[in-house]
Ligand binder design. Structure first.
Ligand code: X2X
Length: 329
């Protein structure tokens, strides 16, 4: 018997698929799509073409319904994915961790989680759910925008219709802030913003720019850094087990490299040292508000009960470990 793992010279097994389907929500030119595309390119390169990956952006493999991505991945409808923790959190409740309001104050805090014991614990958990997690990427800190007015206090959010992603935690957060949240996919969000069916949304600055949200009437952007979503590079376990050891390691190395490059792209232009993206937005007539620490505190206070409620769902020990990693960063 010849096991796939011991094929001579890593030659492609006869049962390798002609194409492996890689799911993402956002395609190029979003950092997320650039990262997915880069992973596919590096896999081809590092396996000498034995593994051929095609990216399907726009959550196309789940008809645009991004919160079904993880289920489809487990079922093998999707072979590989670069997915947001938000979109998988309806199935993996622990991934709501990153959506706890004001848990992570900065990029270093995010790194302390994804690159530390918390990240390892979450990868171990995912490994029990029919997927092989390989690397952490980043969508980013999600900033709030709307078409009506500048947001500086929770009061300013009162009554605004805000599109949120499909984790119920977000409904709780925006309800606590007095807004009127409504769940919809990214595919539905853009038309809803352009017709005014919703007033606002929250997404990383890089998504705000690449998605051309200023042209959809989003003229007020507040940098409040309330949550950030990492991305996870994964392969369906059965697909993974069908590859030779050599090819598995090539796919892993490709994911690690593509993820590191993607994180750097996702953080470009939104820091104190390089605020080029923020300048670009202001140049498009968008009013950009950066909250002071005191202003931010008011939002944190208003959402503390949501944090406490969801910490129980996520698991108090995991949340405690996250808080410790962040404090020690
Ligand atoms: O739908 C969103 O807001 C997006 C693109 O950021 C995610 O998929 C989480």
């Amino acid at each position: 018997m010849v096991l796939p793992g011991v094929l001579a010279n890593g030659a492609a097994a006869a049962d390798y698929k002609a194409e492996y389907k890689l799911s993402t929500v956002l395609g190029k030119p979003f950092p997320w799509g650039i990262g997915g595309d880069r992973w596919a390119e590096l896999v081809k390169e590092k396996t000498n073409g034995r593994i051929n990956v095609k990216m399907y952006p726009g959550s196309a493999l789940v008809n645009g319904d991004q919160t079904k991505e993880f289920t489809a991945l487990r079922q093998g409808v999707i072979d590989m994915a670069v997915g947001s923790t938000i979109n998988w959190s309806p199935q993996v409740k622990e991934l709501n961790l990153f959506s706890l309001p004001f848990l992570m104050p900065d990029h270093k805090a995010m790194d302390a989680l994804t690159q530390g014991p918390v990240g390892k614990q979450l990868f171990d958990l995912l490994a029990t759910k029919d997927v092989v997690p390989l690397a952490w990427g980043e969508n980013g800190f999600r900033e709030i925008s709307n078409s009506k007015r500048a947001i500086r206090t929770p009061e300013d959010l009162k009554g605004l219709k805000i599109r949120v992603v499909g984790s119920p935690l977000y409904l709780d957060t925006f309800t606590a802030l007095g807004a009127n949240p409504t769940q919809m996919s990214w595919a539905d969000a853009q038309p809803a913003l352009s017709t005014g069916a919703v007033d606002g949304q929250e997404n990383p600055v890089g998504v705000f720019v690449a998605g051309k949200l200023p042209t959809l009437g989003q003229k007020h952007l507040t940098l409040w850094g309330y949550v950030a979503d990492p991305l996870i590079f994964v392969v369906n376990k059965e697909v993974w087990n069908g590859w030779s050891k050599e090819d598995q390691e090539a796919v892993r190395a490709a994911a690690v490299q593509a993820a590191a490059e993607e994180v750097a792209i996702a953080r470009k232009g939104i820091t104190a040292q390089d605020d080029s993206l923020l300048k670009d937005i202001a140049g498009q007539g968008v009013e950009v508000v950066q909250l002071t620490p005191e202003q931010q505190k008011a939002f944190q206070k208003a959402t503390q009960a949501v944090y406490d409620k969801w910490a129980k769902t996520i698991g108090p020990d995991l949340v405690k470990a996250a808080e410790t990693s962040i404090a020690d960063r």
